[in-house]
Write a protein that binds this ligand. Structure first.
Ligand SMILES: [Zn+2]
Length: 180
């Protein structure tokens, strides 16, 4: 699958301040259940525009509302990108993942350009936010295969849908991409 190849990547919100879990943080949900957080939880006020980090194709745009008892993604957008500048090392195809959005402005199959608004940060404890306590953006970089199924936000030990090695630290990934 060949997605558009952005010449440069930008962060999805400005300023970009991780306020909750960082990439690879251990998440403690219940006494014995641990998980690895697969992205950054970026602090942002309700209504903050969330922008595509670079040119790409939307492969997922949907509200996964969950419920008060079972939190979920809320508004989730996934954009596929290619890295054509690559000479051997790194990932040929990668995906940017944006969670807990409302007012989704793109549909699956849309082509987007870097800086284009995908949606805005949703209010806490709403279906669009996925019923989390704080309004925030969950932002991740996924470099695994695209299988047309929703991606998880964290990996539990018994979670077989994904592998930790398929996820990259968002900030360092973008920095490294732009230095190529
Ligand atoms: Zn998160």
């Amino acid at each position: 699958m060949a997605y558009p190849s952005p010449p440069k990547l930008n962060l999805p919100v400005d300023p970009y301040e991780v306020g909750g879990y960082h990439f690879r943080d251990r998440v403690r949900r219940k006494i014995l259940l641990w998980a690895t957080h697969l992205g950054d939880d970026v602090q942002a006020v309700v209504g903050t525009e969330v922008k595509a980090i670079g040119d790409g194709e939307v492969v997922w745009s949907e509200i996964r509302p969950g419920s008060e008892k079972k939190k979920n993604w809320g508004g989730l957008v996934v954009v596929g990108h290619n890295n054509d500048q690559l000479d051997g090392a790194g990932f040929q195809t990668f995906y940017s993942v944006y969670g807990h959005l409302m007012n989704l402005r793109v549909n699956t199959g849309d082509f987007v350009i870097g800086g284009q608004t995908l949606g805005v940060v949703a209010e806490r404890l709403t279906p669009e936010n996925g019923w989390w306590e704080i309004a925030h953006l969950h932002f991740g970089i996924y470099c695994g295969p695209w299988r047309d199924v929703v991606l998880p936000g964290y990996k539990r030990i018994e979670e077989f849908r994904t592998k930790t090695k398929w996820w990259q630290d968002p900030c360092s990934f973008i920095e490294q991409y732009n230095s190529n």
